[in-house]
Design a binder for this molecule. Structure first.
Ligand SMILES: Nc1nc2c(c(=O)[nH]1)N[C@H]1C(S)=C(S)[C@@H](COP(=O)(O)O)O[C@H]1N2
Ligand SMILES: [Mo]
Length: 258
């Protein structure tokens, strides 16, 4: 089931969206000393899209309803046990807000209804966990790129960090909290969505309610569940272990391509 935009439109989005954000930033500050570095980062982005990263524009295979796995296993956290999460759940997430922060012109606090009002995409894909199991599921949500465009990404942005509600490993300092990160190329990939639906229903708690990331060219642990906050950053060096994710901080690859 292919909806949403095509590969060509995605490239256009990359250029007119991210590139456009960089360029419009540039328009405003060409007179300033920083103008040069903005131009250079735009060039780098263009070069990266034209060279080694080209393979990353490929689409993950999509399947049909007949291919759906009868059982889609839940893994990692299956119900965050924090009081805050339980309060949100008790109210069917009416008080939940997805915070968009960091290098954006317009920080946003989005309700589930806000996200559902945006154009949606439904995709049936195969989820591959490093633990050696796979499952085919149907995901419905909004393209992450749409949300980033609404917040207007600022020059210097390179990564998107996802902060989750759950602590997978009890820790005194919070370093056991689940988080993930992807770069802007994956963030603007047409199959990268913030999913609020699974197999035609609201996303179940076990699978990340109210909202999870689907970044279909990568492995299971990148598919962050229980999203609370998204931060656009230049670098994730200073976030927890500095490797870009909960499992990355424990030795897994940051780019978990399938
Ligand atoms: N917040 C959060 N996201 C997470 C995890 C987790 O424990 N917490 N586990 C990851 C792993 S290893 C996998 S395989 C998938 C499992 O998604 P599922 O429960 O929908 O099968 O979620 C990923 N995202
Ligand atoms: Mo996994």
């Amino acid at each position: 089931m292919k909806t949403g935009f095509s590969r060509r439109q995605w490239l256009t989005t990359l250029v007119s969206g991210v590139g456009g954000a960089l360029l419009s930033g540039c328009d405003r500050i060409t007179q300033s000393a920083a103008g040069g570095s903005v131009l250079r980062s735009t060039e780098k982005l263009t070069m990266a899209s034209q060279r080694g990263l080209l393979g990353r524009q490929a689409m993950a295979p999509e399947f049909s309803v007949a291919d759906l796995s009868p059982v889609f296993r839940a893994n990692g956290t299956q119900a965050p046990d924090s009081d805050e999460y339980n309060r949100l759940l008790a109210n069917q997430f009416a008080d939940w807000r997805l915070q968009i922060r960091g290098l954006v012109e317009q920080p946003l606090d989005l309700t589930l209804a806000d996200l559902k009002r945006l154009p949606s995409r439904t995709q049936i894909t195969r989820h591959d966990c490093v633990e050696g199991w796979s499952a085919i599921g149907q995901w419905t949500g909004v393209a992450l790129g749409r949300v980033l465009d609404a917040a207007r990404v600022k020059p210097g942005a390179r990564y998107v960090v996802f902060y989750c509600a759950d602590e997978l490993e009890a820790s005194l300092d919070g370093s056991g909290r689940y988080y993930e990160s992807i770069d802007l190329l994956d963030a603007y990939h047409p199959q990268t969505i913030l999913a609020y639906g699974m197999n035609g229903q609201d996303l179940p708690v076990a699978h990340g309610a109210p909202l999870r990331l689907r970044v279909e060219r990568q492995l299971g642990y990148k598919q962050a569940k229980y999203l609370m906050r998204i931060e656009v950053v230049t670098s994730f060096d200073k976030v927890w272990g500095g490797r870009g994710g909960y499992w990355e901080d424990r030795g897994y690859e940051w780019y978990a391509g399938i």
